[in-house]
Design a protein around this ligand. Structure first.
Ligand code: HEC
Length: 165
């Protein structure tokens, strides 16, 4: 099972592996809810059917929407937030909050710095915590270049209104 995640989401798999080292983030988790959310999330990622398709070809590394799109694919963002990134409930995991809408309609008013804060600190612009089911603790090792590219890509996605708005 883990092998399939490694294959489909090389970036997520790498950072998750880092967490399992004794001194890693995993070892520092004291909050039971966080630990539970991560357990459910790992179960979700390993239990969900992942199509056996090869990863998309890597574009040149750089602050481009194209590279950001590639990262969203290999890091698994689309796996939870959906191919159109509009989010919604995650099938089979009633305990998890619905995935957020990452299209410009969902991230209305967000700036690049807000994405950095969300991914590196797990905080929304209003300062509230992002649920641990969103693997920000894994993604916070993404480089500045990678996050800038992701942000550019999110700007290019067609806006989709959130279902409960
Ligand atoms: C395992 C499922 C999962 C994966 C993989 C995932 N997310 Fe999330 N994400 C969530 C969930 C669930 C939420 C909602 C959390 C909450 O409501 O507190 C969320 C919330 C967010 C938010 C906060 C948005 C807001 O309006 O508050 C951002 C930004 C985000 N995700 C970006 C990403 C990016 C970028 C990636 C890929 C690098 C990614 N996510 C991968 C599940 C996931």
């Amino acid at each position: 099972m883990a092998g399939r995640i490694v294959f489909r989401f090389p970036l997520l798999a790498t950072v998750v592996a880092l967490n399992l080292t004794p001194g890693g983030i995993g070892g520092k988790l004291s909050n039971q809810d966080t630990a539970k959310a991560i357990k459910i999330r790992h179960h979700f990622l390993s239990a969900t059917e992942i199509p056996d398709v090869p990863p998309p070809p890597a574009p040149p590394e750089g602050v481009t929407a194209e590279y950001g799109h590639y990262l969203a694919e290999i890091a698994g963002c689309i796996h939870c937030h959906g191919p159109n990134l509009a989010g919604g409930p995650l099938p089979g995991v009633p305990d998890a909050p619905p995935a957020a809408n990452l299209t410009p309609a969902g991230l209305k008013g967000w700036k690049e710095a807000d994405l950095f804060k969300a991914i590196r600190q797990g905080e929304k612009p209003d300062g509230s915590r992002i649920n641990a089911f969103m693997p920000w603790q894994d993604y916070r090792h993404m480089s500045t270049l990678q996050l800038k590219a992701l942000w550019l890509y999110l700007q290019t996605v067609p806006p989709v209104p959130s279902k409960n708005q």
